[in-house]
Design a protein around this ligand. Structure first.
Ligand SMILES: *[C@@H]1O[C@H](CO)[C@@H](O)[C@H](O)[C@H]1NC(C)=O
Length: 216
């Protein structure tokens, strides 16, 4: 009886652990990504700790404005494990996002991370949509100093609705959050998703699908 209870607790704890940890917890102080190794162990292999320097935990340049001269009027500057090797296995990273007036960071999702964002400058409308079947749209206008969280996996966006430029810093709960931009994934897939699939999914004619696919 007692053994069974212990076993059940262990099973429960294991599942609890699996449910809580999006990335495995580190088994050493750090595991600086070894960019010279092609071996991947669900992340990068560790550099010899004796050769690790302060520079491995360091990134410079987040004070620099991203170039927003593009179709969307926004620019993401990432600080992931690729840019900051010391992040490897730590389950965290950050970005700077710049927005020109009316600039948009279009609807996208991070398959591996929750995102918490703070506005440094400007005014942004942000939002996300809950999963099926509700697809509830949750949105808010943010000012300087405001913080908003986008739960892991949900489709979200930010748009500059102020008069000037806007800039945010966001933290993500993965060293490599990934990003799936909805429009690009659906209409810009390579090779293309067959038009009849998209026409049926979006309940539109082939001409509309052609038009959208041509843009991506
Ligand atoms: C910003 O990007 C645009 C388009 O790619 C380019 O023409 C322009 O030179 C860039 N500006 C700066 C300051 O790098």
């Amino acid at each position: 009886m007692w053994n069974k209870l212990v076993l059940l607790s262990v099973v429960a704890l294991t599942f609890n652990y699996l449910a809580l940890a999006y990335e495995p917890s580190p088994l050493q102080d750090f595991c600086v990504a070894d960019s010279s190794s092609s071996v991947k162990v669900n992340g990068a292999t560790c550099k010899n700790p004796m050769q690790v320097q302060a520079a491995d935990f360091f990134f410079s340049g987040l004070h620099l404005r991203g170039n927003t001269s593009n179709q969307l009027g926004s620019k993401v500057t990432p600080v992931f494990a690729t840019q900051l090797p010391g992040l490897n296995t730590l389950g965290i990273s950050m970005v700077r996002i710049d927005y020109a007036p009316w600039g948009l960071n279009p609807p996208h999702t991070h398959p591996r991370a929750t995102e918490i964002l703070t506005v440094l400058e400007g005014t942004l409308q942000v939002g996300f949509v809950t999963s099926n079947p509700d697809n509830r749209f949750i949105t808010k206008v943010l000012q300087k100093g405001d913080v908003f969280v986008f739960p892991v996996g949900l489709v979200h966006f930010q748009q500059n609705v102020g008069n000037g430029n806007a800039v945010v810093i966001a933290a993500l709960s993965s060293q490599n959050p990934g990003a799936i931009t909805i429009a690009n994934a659906v209409f810009g897939a390579n090779p293309s998703i067959p038009w009849d699939i998209l026409a049926r999914a979006f309940q539109v004619d082939k001409s509309v699908v052609d038009q959208l696919q041509a843009k991506f």
